[in-house]
Design a binder for this molecule. Structure first.
Ligand SMILES: NC(=O)C1=CN([C@@H]2O[C@H](COP(=O)(O)OP(=O)(O)OC[C@H]3O[C@@H](n4cnc5c(N)ncnc54)[C@H](O)[C@@H]3O)[C@@H](O)[C@H]2O)C=CC1
Ligand SMILES: O=C1O[C@H](COP(=O)(O)O)[C@@H](O)[C@H](O)[C@H]1O
Length: 267
């Protein structure tokens, strides 16, 4: 991509994983409401490419999207137990503000950090814990309706729907990535559900890279590694985006130690 990519929420966990993996592959404009640590800046990112702003600020967002070819929108309140006033402001209003600015500016694509919590209520008492296990065949594939686990999940479902609206009415390509559980170096420890939806740092960076390069119109995909135990299908991400994950929580013990034959992500 010749034009810069705006990355909102660049200073957070997902932003840092993306920048560690593909920081040198794009011309970034990095945005966060907190100042970014110099250690997180890829080489070549100049002071004027770093924006300290709130995503709910319309004027700031209109300035931030000027001249960019794509937006990766991560900024928001990531807490599954976040209160309504926070997700309404940071996640729903923030996403609408950035999307509207991007659509009006003629940005080509928008990649949205959605969440497993947009569909968490599919994990019913009669399905769990079996669905977290290797031999269970239950899969969500991205075509199902949202079934949020909490108000945070409602805000993520709203973000996906805002993406649908702006795609249909403003001709901007939109990919929503329902991210599982991102952890660095090993899957979540002693957490069966977390291991089934583990997303390693290198697979995270690669998946967002795919979202920035593949051809698509409107997509919802799951953002997990190629875990043996999984209840999210990654086939759509493979088929449409060319996602080819390298990691698998089965290469680690339940306590998170690498098994002998594993080649752990050192990203
Ligand atoms: N870490 C994970 O496993 C998962 C993350 N996600 C989503 O990915 C995105 C990033 O999550 P993390 O990096 O884990 O969270 P984080 O809290 O580490 O990073 C979020 C960043 O966004 C910034 N931010 C928050 N509200 C803002 C606002 N109103 N204006 C500007 N900047 C703002 C924060 O300062 C922070 O640097 C979130 O939208 C979250 O819901 C979804 C599923 C799983
Ligand atoms: O959306 C998110 O999901 C992950 C995993 O959820 P959890 O309920 O298993 O912890 C969470 O760690 C992350 O903070 C959140 O943004």
């Amino acid at each position: 991509m010749d034009e810069p990519v705006l990355l909102t929420g660049a200073g957070g966990r997902v932003g840092r994983a993306i920048l560690a993996g593909i920081g040198e592959a794009y011309d970034w404009r990095l945005l966060d409401r907190e100042p970014l640590a110099d250690a997180n800046l890829p080489s070549g990112v100049a002071t004027e490419d770093v924006v300290v702003a709130d995503v709910t600020d319309e004027a700031e967002m209109r300035a931030a999207v000027e001249g960019v070819g794509a937006v990766v929108h991560l900024a928001g309140d990531p807490r599954p137990n976040a209160p309504w006033d926070s997700v309404l402001t940071n996640n729903i209003d923030g996403t609408q503000t950035v999307l509207a600015a991007a659509a009006d500016a003629g940005v080509d694509r928008f990649v949205f950090a959605s969440s497993n919590h947009a569909v968490g209520a599919y994990e019913t008492d009669d399905r769990t814990p079996d669905m977290y296990r290797k031999d269970d065949e239950f899969r969500l594939n991205g075509s199902e309706l949202p079934r949020p686990s909490n108000l945070y999940g409602v805000s993520k479902a709203a973000g996906e729907t805002l993406g649908r609206y702006y795609h249909d009415h403003h001709d901007i390509a939109v990919a929503s990535v329902r991210i599982g559980n991102l952890t660095k170096g090993h899957p979540p420890k002693e957490y069966e559900r977390g291991q089934a939806m583990w997303l390693s740092h290198r697979d995270c960076a690669h998946l967002f890279d795919c979202c920035l390069t593949a051809d698509y119109d409107y997509e919802i995909v799951y953002g997990i590694s190629d875990n043996d135990r999984k209840y999210y299908s990654i086939e759509r991400a493979r088929d449409v985006l060319g996602y080819d994950p390298q990691d698998n929580s089965a290469d680690f013990t339940f306590a998170g130690e690498p098994k002998e034959e594993a080649e752990p992500d050192s990203a």
